[in-house]
Design a binder for this molecule. Structure first.
Ligand code: ZN
Ligand code: ZN
Length: 359
């Protein structure tokens, strides 16, 4: 019996409870978790903004040590440190054939599986494939990547979602070039990773925007050169900080209509806006036809940083080893499994960066 955070039903509070895990079958890996980040997507799954089969063990940003492997698993062995990849690609579907592995049609096919049971026999699904809010988990071998050399095992959890997303938003989706100006909306775990990625890309002015004035120090430590507390004047303030033009690139890490619209308005004519935040169907963003023509701007979505973990993690790891990317700077709280409901409350209140469950 191991302890896990179980979502019993959409909209219900998480239960921290004992679960039974089977031994890994063919092609599976059993992992003892070292750490798991609490991501906004976990909150979105618990409140129904995003849907997966329930009851489920949530948690999708994790790292740990391989305990045992099933038949046919050769790329990792017991004792290895691994990062969980919640969106593995199949290599065979149409997006994969185009090289757009982050859009794989089959990325979440594992979420329908039953991977564990509660003590009273209820079947459990692995949230976003990996069920990282648990002392141990069993996942498909395709969801496991070796921890890159020189990256601490617990902090490596962040690579699996926040860091890959923020890194990819800057380097793949927005393709920020040296000297460009960037605004980042939302200073949570992904926002902080995005700020660091923008600094590494050589952005000149980097504006962080958040509703909370308390995140300024955190944002500046991650690379922000300017800090704006969100208001109805935000777009004007950002234009004023960039010679009246607006930024070259805005990255929206909130997923709300008002921030998407403000991010778009904060860019220069011809500027690019990348939407990383995941919003609900009630968030309608509107544009009139003349402004789409006049401003010549781009508005684009971004899934998992438009990144390929197998390619990007070694690149990010090199920046971590050289001290350019600081994983620890994303973490504002280290908690236990029992602290996850409180971490959800803090996210709803817009507080903090990443809360990291340390096992
Ligand atoms: Zn996430
Ligand atoms: Zn695929």
């Amino acid at each position: 019996m191991i302890r896990a955070a179980v979502l019993p039903a959409v909209g219900a509070p998480l239960e921290i409870t004992g679960i039974e895990l089977p031994e890994p079958g063919p092609g599976q890996v059993r992992i003892r978790l070292a750490a798991a980040g609490v991501c906004h997507s976990d909150l979105s799954l618990s409140n129904g903004t995003m849907r997966v089969p329930v009851p489920a063990v949530l948690g999708h940003e994790g790292s740990g040590t391989v305990v045992s492997v099933g038949e046919g698993v050769t790329h990792v062995a017991p004792g290895d440190g691994v990062v969980l990849n919640w969106a593995p690609s199949c290599g065979a579907c149409h997006p994969c054939s185009l090289g757009e592995v982050w859009l794989c049609d089959n990325a979440l096919s594992g979420a329908a599986n039953v991977h564990a049971r509660t003590a009273d026999g209820r079947e459990l699904h692995p949230g976003l494939n990996v069920a990282a809010f648990a002392e141990e988990t069993v996942v498909g071998a395709e969801c496991v990547l070796p921890v890159p050399d020189g990256v601490p095992l617990a902090d490596a959890a962040l690579l699996g979602c926040a860091v890959l997303t923020g890194w990819g938003a800057v380097h793949h989706a927005a393709r920020v070039r040296e000297g460009e100006t960037v605004a980042v909306f939302g200073v949570g775990g992904v926002g902080l990773a995005t700020l660091q990625a923008a600094r590494i890309a050589g952005a000149s002015t980097i504006v962080a925007v958040d509703v909370s004035p308390e995140k300024e120090r955190l944002a500046r430590a991650a690379g922000a050169t300017e800090y704006v507390v969100a208001s109805e004047r935000t777009a004007r303030e950002i234009r004023a900080l960039t010679g009246g033009h607006g930024v070259d690139v805005a990255v929206e890490c909130v997923g709300r209509a008002v921030t998407i619209r403000t991010a778009w308005e904060s860019t220069r004519r011809g500027g690019r806006t990348t939407v990383v935040g995941i919003g609900g169907k009630d968030q309608q963003v509107s544009f009139h036809a003349l402004e789409i023509f006049h401003w010549g701007r781009t508005l684009a979505g971004c899934v998992y940083g438009n990144a390929d973990p197998a390619v990007d993690l070694p690149v990010i790891a090199a920046h971590i080893r050289d001290g350019r990317f600081d994983l620890g700077a994303l973490v504002t709280e280290r908690i236990t499994l029992d602290g996850i409901p409180g971490a959800f409350d803090a996210m709803v209140a817009g507080k903090g960066g990443r809360a990291l469950v340390v096992f």
